[in-house]
Design a protein around this ligand. Structure first.
Ligand code: 13P
Length: 254
């Protein structure tokens, strides 16, 4: 079996877009240096991507920076949008795509997420593509149907460079609710996603693609989730805004 390096990513969402974000990034960069066997990424608001990329440069480059979204054109008349080449130029190496908040509040469809994943890969920006079912879908027994549909929309794009892109499984009912999926619930879906990748794209893509869990991950529950064989890391929201708590999650992955 391929060894997959654990990846802990902090999604700051619309928080800490100024000096406080830079302070947090300094602390996270130190925690990343202390755990060289864990890949560490933060996704701050785009206003501080360049500053945090600079902080990473000054602190051993172990911390990498992600955008939280992109528009799938490289430039042009798209007021308010940011492209993959712009994120790269600002110092980001990653981008979160298809987050459930974008799907929910900005009506992003599976097709649009696919376009975004394609744009990020074409630019050389590593996508963290998010999937996950709502509570209603879970209760209707549709979890795997929904997650497979979302994964199928972009997965074939990941096969050109197996391991370059990452998938995040974030059950919508567990995001920001304090209601974390049990390790068994999470592992079941992660294993199903990997099986789907194996079936549709082959063993190499399935073994090399890291699948992160997201949804109310915190220092106290990270270790048991990360111990599951198909959980290769975490995409952390609220708990990534606290340096000490986030450092403990990084430690739990090491
Ligand atoms: P919380 O960790 O706050 O539940 O958010 C998870 C998330 O949406 C990460 O992308």
């Amino acid at each position: 079996m391929t060894e997959r390096t654990p990846l802990i990513a902090g999604n700051w969402k619309m928080n800490l877009g100024g000096a406080k974000g830079c302070e947090l990034a300094e602390a996270v960069a130190r925690a990343a240096q202390a755990h060289p066997n864990v890949d560490v990424v933060v996704a701050p608001p785009s206003t501080v991507i360049a500053a945090i990329a600079q902080i990473s440069e000054e602190n051993g480059k172990k911390l990498e920076v992600a955008g939280q979204n992109l528009y799938p054109k490289s430039d042009g008349a798209f007021t308010g949008e940011i492209s993959a080449p712009m994120l790269l130029e600002a110092g980001a190496k990653w981008v979160i795509l298809g987050h459930s908040e974008r799907r929910q509040y900005f009506a992003e469809s599976d097709d649009f997420v696919r376009e975004k994943v394609a744009a990020s890969l074409a630019a050389g920006l590593r996508p963290i593509a998010c999937v996950g079912e709502t509570l209603e879908e879970r209760e209707a027994g549709k979890t795997l149907e929904v997650v497979n549909r979302q994964v199928d929309a972009f997965a074939s794009l990941l096969s050109e460079q197996p391991g370059f892109g990452v998938i995040a499984y974030e059950p919508v009912w567990a995001i920001g609710t304090g209601k974390v999926a049990t390790p068994e619930q999470a592992q079941e879906v992660h294993a199903a996603i990997r099986a789907r990748l194996r079936e549709t794209l082959g063993a190499d893509v399935a073994e090399k693609t890291r699948i992160l869990y997201g949804g109310s991950v915190k220092a106290s529950n990270a270790a048991e989730l990360l111990a599951c064989p198909d959980i290769d890391g975490a995409l952390v929201g609220g708990a990534s805004l606290d340096a000490e708590g986030f450092a403990k999650i990084i430690q739990a992955a090491g």
